[in-house]
Design a protein around this ligand. Structure first.
Ligand code: MG
Ligand code: ZN
Length: 369
């Protein structure tokens, strides 16, 4: 057993930057907008469970291109969500816990920051707090994911057009440094709004200002406990961003709590989070089908729970089992729709998601990288 472990770690060291990506033909078309949807902890089994629980129907089935990605981080075969999201946002494998930093702890320019510099509108939508590892990795550069107050302060350093999620407490006078980031955001021209879906609709429909909408002071509820904003937020965010810049937009939408349900080894909760995320995917697809210039990519940072589906009480039912309360090393799927989608077929590294998005948005190559 020890030998097998050693063999694996040698393998990872040798390939920690991934194989060189197989050369792809030039894209058939370039997208103007990219919507990247991340299902935190969403492996094939989570998708399968959601599909059978929903009469064999998922929006994911409407994607013409599928691929697989390797999720390991720089030093671990099993990634955490910070390193997993930094691979997508910056294109580098980093250490577990790192938010927007290279393995040497240097800030790496994120795809969202670069899109913004290039004149695109940008947004982040999540069903966790907005300062949680996955969204944080697109906007902040912090040594450890637990520094939520530091992460919140990075929202003041960008011109992000919208962000939606929980975690309002990190933006209020509850902060240990007495800064009130909500006031600072307002002074910058943001609408800062909270808690009701009607307020979110107002932000996107009647205002032309950038906005922050908070769903909760702390972490948002799970779907089974009444959280329902993610699909609406996905739809409203696309409708808002498309009118914010003629150059296009970059939007990341996260289904954050698939991971949490799997950490807790709760099958029914996992299914409900999966279906909520699939509904958000449906909204992104609907927008992209109508718009024609939008690439939609759905993937996951890693699988959680070592979830498997075994025969249930009778032939027509399934029993959900978990083999761990942490993440696993399994490959996870990628789905793509829209201009450039064909670039996402095959099997490659999670960092290539960044490389492909960067190339498809035709962002300037950063000399420092
Ligand atoms: Mg997450
Ligand atoms: Zn997790």
């Amino acid at each position: 057993m020890k030998q097998i472990a050693l063999l694996f770690s040698v393998f990872v060291l040798a390939f920690q930057n991934g194989r060189p990506p197989a050369s792809l033909p030039a894209p058939l078309a370039y997208p103007k907008n990219i919507i990247l949807l991340i299902g935190d902890g969403m492996g094939l089994t989570q998708i399968t469970a959601g599909m059978y629980a929903n009469k064999e129907q998922l929006n994911l089935e409407r994607f013409p291109v599928t691929g697989l990605i390797k999720t390991h981080s720089a030093k671990n075969l099993i990634t955490d969500s910070a390193a997993g999201a930094t691979a997508f946002s910056c294109g580098c494998k980093t250490y577990n816990g790192a938010i927007g930093l290279t393995v040497d702890k240097k800030p790496c320019p994120t795809i969202l920051e670069q899109a913004e510099t290039f004149g695109l509108a940008t947004g982040l939508v999540t069903s966790s707090s907005i300062t949680h590892a996955t969204p944080a990795s697109f906007i902040a550069h912090v040594r450890d994911r637990q520094y939520m107050e530091d992460i919140a302060s990075f929202f003041l350093q960008t011109e992000i057009d919208l962000f939606v999620g929980g975690g309002m407490r990190y933006f209020t006078d509850r902060r240990t440094d007495q800064r009130n980031l909500s006031d600072e955001l307002r002074a910058k021209g943001y609408v800062v709004s909270d808690f009701t879906l009607e307020a979110l609709r107002q932000c996107t429909v009647s205002t032309r200002q950038p906005f922050a909408w908070f769903s909760a002071l702390e972490e948002p509820e799970s779907v089974v406990n009444g959280r329902d904003y993610l699909p609406d937020a996905a739809r409203l965010a696309t409708e808002f961003l498309v009118q914010r810049s003629e150059k296009g937009f970059f939007l990341m939408i996260e289904g954050a709590q698939i991971d949490w349900a799997c950490h807790a080894n709760e099958g029914e909760k996992t299914i409900q989070e999966m279906l909520d995320f699939d509904a958000a995917i449906g909204q992104a697809l609907r927008f992209a089908e109508k718009d024609g210039n939008t690439l939609v990519i759905v993937t996951a940072d890693h699988e959680t729970g070592g979830m498997t589906l075994l025969r249930g009480a009778d032939k027509a039912s399934l029993s959900i089992k978990f083999t761990t309360d942490y993440h696993t090393a399994s490959l996870v799927p990628v789905f793509a729709f829209g201009p450039g989608a064909e670039q996402f077929g095959g099997m490659y590294d999670n960092t290539d998601i960044y490389t492909k998005m960067h190339a498809l948005l035709r962002l300037p190559v950063d000399e420092a990288k």
